[in-house]
Design a protein around this ligand. Structure first.
Ligand code: ISE
Length: 337
């Protein structure tokens, strides 16, 4: 039988998940689209052929005709809705971040530990991106030697109106916090955050530059510039003792004209990471069917780690000081990789 999925939140990511479920996920059906706005839920349900719509997320999660839930509603709803799904024993694919508050992440971990299994697959989709996967494989095959550093750049065209420098750390950078930690197989021990002088820090989308240290001695730097103007651009380079590997974005053509060469940039992250989203959602359906957590996916523990470092980053930005992170003890449930 097909996995019957409810999507909660019919904004930019909810709409994308609805399209993926209806067009690209054999073995899954889009059963319900739920959104606070009935009009928005209906529009997406009609576009993607969902069986039903709802405006009540808790009731949606509890419906008997729902096997699994994709949470794509605003950040502050992620943890409470994940908890509601765990309570009724339904697997969740939750958009990042799990919460912007580490205490709330801890509550999700406690609920999973109490039930003795993982329910939440977290939407840090970059782990599924072919270019990051190549990077991880290159490190594993030994050709680069030991990893030393990882450079990361994360640029959006224009920050949403509510975006502060703090949200560059709590909403954008968690992607890098997670994927660098995954590739390097290390935990962070400290973070320092810098802002170019002359930048109005209260301005929407003020850029930040972060330097992180890991418990295996790596240095990781991350530039987040949410007002880069020219396009959505994510770059990364892993530097090892004997070589380095750079991410390539999927670019299909290069145009030559007027004595210049041009390549296309997408206007946001969806085209850049389309394959990552598809593979991530496919892994989620497999998780729902088999009960086996996808080996490379992020879980609640990974979400907690990303939020802890984001909280430390916010403090580092506020105080201008390097902030250390305490070593963490991973509950055995999350060792099962
Ligand atoms: C947004 O919320 C995302 O998740 C995107 O992947 C990221 O690139 C963007 O910076 C975030 O604001």
């Amino acid at each position: 039988m097909s996995v019957r999925i409810a999507i909660i939140g019919a904004g930019i990511m909810g709409a994308d998940h609805a399209r993926i479920v209806s067009e690209d996920l054999p073995g899954a059906v889009l059963q319900v689209v739920c959104d606070a706005s009935q009009t928005r839920a209906r529009a997406i349900a009609e576009d993607c052929g969902a069986a039903d719509i709802s405006t009540d997320p808790l009731q949606t999660i509890r419906r008997e005709d729902i096997d699994a839930v994709i949470i794509a509603s605003p950040d502050q709803t992620h943890a409470p809705l994940s908890l509601a799904a765990i309570e009724v024993g339904k697997p969740v694919l939750c958009e990042k971040p799990l919460s912007q508050n580490s205490g709330e992440c801890r509550a999700v971990i406690d609920a999973e530990v109490a039930r003795g299994r993982r329910f939440v697959q977290l939407g840090f989709m970059r782990r599924f991106d072919p270019s990051y996967r190549d990077m991880k494989a290159a490190l594993a095959d030994g050709s680069l030697g030991q990893a030393i550093m990882m450079h990361n750049t994360h640029r959006n065209v224009e920050a949403p109106a509510n975006f502060t420098g703090q949200m560059a750390i709590t909403n954008s950078a968690p992607h890098e916090f997670d994927v660098a930690r995954f590739i390097l197989d290390a935990d962070y021990t400290a973070i320092s955050v810098f802002q170019p002088s002359g930048v109005d820090a209260s301005k929407t989308g003020a850029p930040v530059f972060m330097v992180l240290e890991t418990d295996r001695g790596h240095i990781v730097n991350i530039e987040v510039n949410n007002n880069a103007a020219y396009g959505y651009d994510v770059r990364g380079e892993l530097v090892g003792e004997r070589g380095s590997i750079l991410l390539n974005a999927p670019v299909h053509t290069r145009r030559n004209a007027h004595l210049m060469a041009f390549e296309h940039y997408p206007s946001d992250w969806r085209p850049r990471f389309a394959e990552a989203y598809r593979l991530q959602n496919k892994a989620f359906v497999n998780f729902v069917r088999t009960g086996t957590f996808p080996p490379i996916a992020s879980d609640s523990w990974d979400g907690y780690c990303a939020t802890l470092v984001a909280e430390a980053g916010v403090e580092a930005l506020r105080t201008g000081k390097r902030v250390s992170l305490d070593p963490m003890v991973r509950p055995p449930l999350y060792n099962a990789r």
